[in-house]
Ligand binder design. Structure first.
Ligand code: ADP
Length: 642
């Protein structure tokens, strides 16, 4: 038998470590993702600022237009009033009423005055008045700070050729107070600044702390370097984009965290997988190197796993065996019923599982072999039974060796007995030879004397008494032999004939199989016990069985059957050994039990003789009859009981 070496198979299809790019790709992807998120956040912020700026510009333009509209409308209405005054169409009361009305709705208009038709002599007003007359529209004068820290400016508007001018003054602070709507003031701080960036007037006193969004545009009219500057308050940051940014950043962080957690989990999993793979590889290598067959069955009796040793034993591949149910193809037909019962017993949990059983299996090529099977419940990690595990050991070689040993022992005993018998026979012959030849000589001498008529009757006395002495001596020798024989009398014990039959079959079975002979036996249910020497009766049975098998040497295969039957009647117990061999011819029938009678080339002819002696020692009988359908039946009858 060769011992398979353990060879570790390669780790399998999956590589133990991932290739380099395996980790680079997700890292690059994460970096790009973060970059994209940052860009998106920046872009959103930028777009938001742009939008705010655009809104602010449009708001400030609107504001500037609104102021201009009020200034232009005021100039027009003041010119109209001036013309009506010049035409003397209005009374002093009406003029005052119109002026008050204009000031009330004038958006910062403080006062209205008339200038004479001739050019004003006021040096400050002369220039602008002339310019207004030339242009035919209102001209605004530079702003000035008053004693109460208000910044004001004046305006001159021509009434027409030679009709003079009207003059009006505005307060910038009041202009802002009246013209700037609440929603504008809520969003922006509005300042009127001059060339030096000095603030001349403000809509709000609340200062803007940050260097936030601001925009300035020329405030013309009144001009003279005045500019409108708006600065957005911080509270203008809109909620939705901010919420969007926070959500995106939050999601990105969550994603990064989950990626990191996933990576950690993956690393642990890979390590566990590697350990598992190594463990599996080691176990597979161990299992493959076993010479014991392993077979696992589910609770429904289907095969779920077999190892290579089991496949080698039975000759079917693992794929073929997988999922097979009873009856298994490797069951020996003669044991099929027994195996089925055993199989059902194991599945139902009734059978003893801890005891090993000897069974007979058949290889795919028809060859029979003996196995020793141990069954044990298969339990999963939760402690639930999921099937049965069997270990199967091929014990054919061991059984063959045992049978061979038994045969050799039998032969040895047989030869020993023959030698003892031969020695006994030669000693007996030698011992008896002397007295017998002496008796023969004396009797010859006596006969000669009588025939020749020599001597007296008295002369015969001496040879006859010597003959007597020799005969006594022969008798003593025979008695001694008898005593020797008596010393080896059977050692009787209470025993069962059925047990002896089974034992004898067990001994000779291997031989029968080799000769292709089927031994079947039919044992009577309840046989009375008998007092006998088990070994001797077994010897008799073995001899009868062997003779029966010898008689079937030339028989056709289907006739090679030996039937052993036990029975009981009032006289005792009996066993019949029936063969379907050549039968016993009339010419040899009466010599069969004679010592040294044999028809076999290598026979001794002592078997039946010894058998009969043993049987007679047990007060039994041994005889034979012709069997129905050919062959012979030898019957051994022994008294039952003590
Ligand atoms: P051996 O077996 O050595 O010849 P045995 O005394 O056992 O001596 O048998 C004597 C002879 O009886 C055998 O040679 C055989 O011719 C004959 N004999 C015995 N048993 C049978 C049998 N079952 N059928 C036919 N002949 C038999």
């Amino acid at each position: 038998m060769t011992t398979p070496s353990i060879s570790l198979p390669s780790s399998g299809a999956l590589p133990a470590t991932a290739p380099g790019w395996y980790w680079v790709v997700p890292r690059v992807a994460v970096a790009l993702f973060l970059l994209a998120i940052a860009t998106l956040v920046w872009w959103l912020h930028h777009t938001d600022l742009e939008e705010q700026r655009a809104t602010m510009i449009s708001d400030v333009l609107w504001m500037e237009q609104d102021l201009r509209f009020h200034l232009d409308r005021n100039a027009e209405q003041i010119a109209q009033l001036g013309r009506e005054i010049a035409d003397r169409r209005l009374g002093a009361h009406d003029i005052e009423l119109r002026k008050r009305n204009l000031i009330a709705n004038g958006h910062g208009l403080l006062g209205i005055g008339t200038l004479p038709a001739v050019a004003p002599d006021d040096r400050e007003l002369a220039g602008p008045a002339r310019l207004a007359a030339q242009l035919g529209r209102a001209v605004y004068l530079p702003p000035y700070r008053t004693a109460d820290d208000d910044v004001q400016f004046d305006m001159v508007v021509p009434l027409g050729t030679g009709e003079g001018w009207m003059r009006a003054s505005y307060s910038i602070t009041q202009m802002l107070t009246r013209s700037v709507p609440w929603w504008f003031a809520e969003r922006y701080k509005l300042d009127v600044i001059d060339n030096t960036e000095a603030v001349l007037a403000s809509k709000s006193k609340v200062s803007v702390e940050h260097d936030g969004l601001s925009y300035a545009l020329v405030f013309d009219p009144p001009g003279h370097g005045l500019r409108l500057r708006v600065t957005a308050y911080r509270s203008d940051t809109r909620l939705l984009p901010a919420l969007l940014v926070v959500t995106i950043v939050g999601l990105a962080l969550t994603m990064l965290w989950s990626l990191w957690a996933l990576r950690r989990h993956l690393a642990r999993r890979l390590a566990a997988e590697q350990a598992l793979r190594e463990e599996h590889t080691f176990r597979t290598a161990m299992e493959n190197s076993l010479i014991i067959g392993l077979r696992a069955r589910g609770l429904d009796g289907r095969i779920t796993h077999v190892n290579p040793a089991f496949c080698r034993m039975v000759g079917w591949s693992a794929d073929e065996l997988m999922g097979m149910k009873a009856p298994m193809p490797y069951w020996a037909p003669e044991q099929a019923e027994q195996l089925h019962a055993l199989h059902d017993g194991i599945l139902s949990g009734d059978a003893m599982t801890h005891e090993a059983m000897e069974l007979k299996f058949v290889r795919r090529n028809g060859e029979r072999f003996d196995v020793l099977i141990s069954e044990a419940p298969l339990v999963d990690t939760d402690g639930r039974q999921v099937g049965w595990m069997s270990s199967v050991l091929d014990i054919t070689e061991r059984k063959n060796a045992e049978a061979l040993y038994r045969q050799q022992q039998e032969k040895l005993q047989f030869t020993g007995r023959l030698i003892t018998m031969g020695e006994m026979a030669s000693t007996l012959a030698h011992e008896l030879n002397q007295p017998l030849s002496a008796i023969s000589s004396y009797s010859t001498a006596c006969l000669n004397m009588i025939e020749q008529g020599r001597g007296e009757v008295a002369d015969l006395k001496e040879p006859l008494s010597r003959m007597n002495t020799q005969a006594r001596r022969a008798g003593t020798i025979i008695r001694r032999v008898h005593e020797f024989v008596r010393r080896s009398e059977p050692k009787r014990v209470a025993c069962s004939l059925n047990d002896i039959v089974e034992e004898a079959i067990g001994l000779i079975e291997a031989d029968a199989r080799k000769r292709d002979i089927r031994i079947s036996c039919s044992l009577a249910g309840k046989l009375p016990q008998m007092m006998a020497d088990r070994v001797m009766i077994e010897q008799v049975l073995l001899n009868l069985i062997r003779n029966g098998m010898d008689a079937m040497v030339d028989c056709a295969d289907d006739r090679r059957r030996l039937l052993i039957q036990t029975s009981a009647d009032t006289e005792g117990v009996q066993v019949a050994v029936r063969d379907s061999g050549s039968g016993i011819g009339a010419d040899v029938a009466d010599k069969l039990f004679a010592p040294f009678f044999t028809t076999k080339p290598d026979g001794m002819g002592m078997g039946l003789n010894i058998c009969r002696s043993i049987v007679e020692l047990h007060q039994g009988r041994l005889w034979f009859e012709a069997a129905d359908g050919g062959g012979t039946v030898f019957i051994l009858k022994l008294p039952a009981g003590a």
